[in-house]
Design a protein around this ligand. Structure first.
Ligand code: RI2
Length: 318
């Protein structure tokens, strides 16, 4: 291993995030923070400069995996900003305890936002879901724990069918589940009381970046008069959008959309596979966070409170 080469645990985590074996914005943040702790514990450095450089290099390896979920850089930022100390031992201790604190906060934030989201749901409600979001599930599960009877219409969410994970987890939580194809969503909106989705990033203008198809669902929900909320703990707030940056939308492999044989049989075509889209704030009723619920247009106030005017990149080479 060269001086700055990440330890195997970091490379494995980065690989698993890139292939979506580890997926979902909160889960990615959790795994990335734990990988930094592994780098601190298992990296072999005897001077503080080399330790810091190896941590930055590990963070860059993790950062390069997927571009859209801001929870990933926010996790790296949280841990690296607390990398303080004059000796390797002190640095190591501080990184490990920052990771522990971060992971604890993630769990608590999800629990707290779950309560807020659950308060929006009433006994007997039917919700519609899109993709698989642990933050969105936390709201529905908390409602069930409050003693409310909840049913769900679950969109399968092409191309990776992550709605299947949602269907299974909701069923296990005691929710009665109806699975539908994405194109059936508008037809079923008349039967639902709320749409509940997650987020990979929230922009300063209140735009919600989430799994492809969310924006169309939101427009249809508005047209049918069904309220739609996004459940997003504050690590989903994208600090760079405070200074005018936009959120990069990940483009994934065409094989997720169509198998090569079928594609060849069709003939010369292009295939595109954007993983996410942006729902404009005017189509979203509420952003539910661990600090309470916000109209999308006012989320910028919370962002400034938490991040100041922007974000640094502590993983960059000095
Ligand atoms: P939690 C997922 O992205 C979905 O878009 C989901 O809504 C979002 O992350 C948030 O998930 P992907 O990683 O953090 O499946 O709420 O592409 O679990």
């Amino acid at each position: 291993m060269t001086d700055h080469e990440p330890v195997p645990a970091v490379r494995e985590t980065a690989g698993a995030i890139a292939t979506m074996e580890i997926r979902g914005a909160a889960t990615i943040a959790d795994a990335a923070a734990r990988a930094l702790a592994a780098q601190a514990r298992e990296g072999d450095h005897d001077d503080p400069g080399a330790f810091r450089a190896s941590m930055r290099s590990a963070a860059r390896t993790l950062h390069e995996t997927r571009p859209t979920a801001v929870s990933l850089p926010n996790a790296l930022r949280y841990v690296l900003q607390r990398m303080e100390g004059e000796t390797v031992d002190a640095l190591r201790r501080n990184v490990v305890s920052a990771t522990d604190a971060f992971v604890d906060q993630l769990d608590r934030a999800q629990e707290d936002l779950g309560q807020v989201g659950a308060n929006r749901l009433a006994d007997g409600d039917t919700v519609m879901t899109h993709c698989h979001s642990t933050d969105a599930l936390a709201c529905i599960e908390a409602a069930v724990e409050q003693g409310k009877s909840i049913s769900a219409v679950v969109k399968e969410t092409r191309p990776r069918n992550q709605g299947h994970i949602t269907a299974e987890q909701l069923r296990e939580a005691g929710v009665s589940v109806t699975l539908i194809v994405d194109s059936a969503a508008r037809r079923y909106l008349d039967d639902v009381d709320h749409v509940v989705v997650g987020a990979d990033s929230i922009a300063a203008d209140g735009g919600v970046i989430n799994k492809i198809g969310t924006s169309g669902l939101a427009v249809n929900a508005r047209e049918r008069g069904v309220p739609i909320m996004t459940a997003a703990q504050t690590i989903k707030l994208h600090p760079e959008t405070l200074t005018g940056h936009t959120v990069e939308i990940e483009m994934r492999a065409e094989e997720e959309v169509i198998d090569p044989g079928t594609r060849a049989a069709i003939g010369e075509i292009d295939v595109e596979n954007p993983a996410f889209d942006v729902t404009p704030p005017r189509y979203m009723d509420a952003i539910v966070t661990e600090h309470g619920q916000f109209p999308p247009e006012s989320i910028v106030t919370l962002m400034r409170e938490l991040f100041g005017e922007g974000a640094d990149e502590p993983w960059a080479e000095p």
